[in-house]
Design a protein around this ligand. Sequence first.
Ligand SMILES: NC(=O)c1ccc[n+]([C@@H]2O[C@H](COP(=O)([O-])OP(=O)(O)OC[C@H]3O[C@@H](n4cnc5c(N)ncnc54)[C@H](OP(=O)(O)O)[C@@H]3O)[C@@H](O)[C@H]2O)c1
Length: 211
Amino acid sequence: MPHARVHNFSISLDGFATGEPQSLEAPFGHAGERLHEWMFATRFWDESGSAGVDDSFAQRNTVGIGAEIMGANKFGPPEWQDDPEWKGWWGDNPPFHSPTFVLTHRPRPPLAMEGGTTYHFLDASPAEALAAAFEAADGQDVRIGGGATVVRDFVAAGLVDFMHLVQVPIVLGRGSRVWDGLEAVEDDYGIEAVSAPSGVTHLTFTRKSAG
Ligand SMILES: NC(=O)c1ccc[n+]([C@@H]2O[C@H](COP(=O)([O-])OP(=O)(O)OC[C@H]3O[C@@H](n4cnc5c(N)ncnc54)[C@H](OP(=O)(O)O)[C@@H]3O)[C@@H](O)[C@H]2O)c1
């Protein structure tokens, strides 16, 4: 049975997946690139990178994925909906290579990109969006790509089967937090942790009821 999975989702010690304010110049606000330095150092990101623990986890991001769901704030800076030319941060050939569903209250027609990515803009509940993504994924899994609001909403709705979070040893103090409203989420998941030499901790959450 296909699963809904989160991968490489980096959070600070205090649970923030991005800083603030988000903007065209600073997509992660005051967090800068600090949440993802561990990933930039891997072979997954750059073929001259490391092939250790961090890389092993990072590589799982794409395996068996047939579609992605992301939030409006991952797709672009505030008010990107006012720019008819905005096509996401990732250029003409985005790294998704599959149907990619962008949740927004201001949807627009689908946008076909190079390399197999088609953006579909949806104003729908998490359950409706996931049903559409599973259908598009044609038997493969769906990645819940973030940001924090979308991950939080999908976990709260009981829709996430597997989560790989990467706890980065920084304290951001402000931004968009993943844990708010998810009290006792640990009851629903089997949780494991692996510390990497880079200083990050890989946390995996596997839903107890996942088939
Ligand atoms: N740390 C990581 O690994 C990681 C991973 C991915 C992204 N990020 C970062 O996280 C930040 C974005 O996170 P975020 O929490 O601010 O926002 P987000 O989860 O990307 O998007 C939230 C927005 O999506 C729209 N939305 C969400 N659910 C919806 C629904 N059911 N129906 C219609 N629209 C819906 C709403 O926007 P509108 O009302 O404006 O349409 C909402 O404000 C960015 O900085 C991004 O770069 C970090």
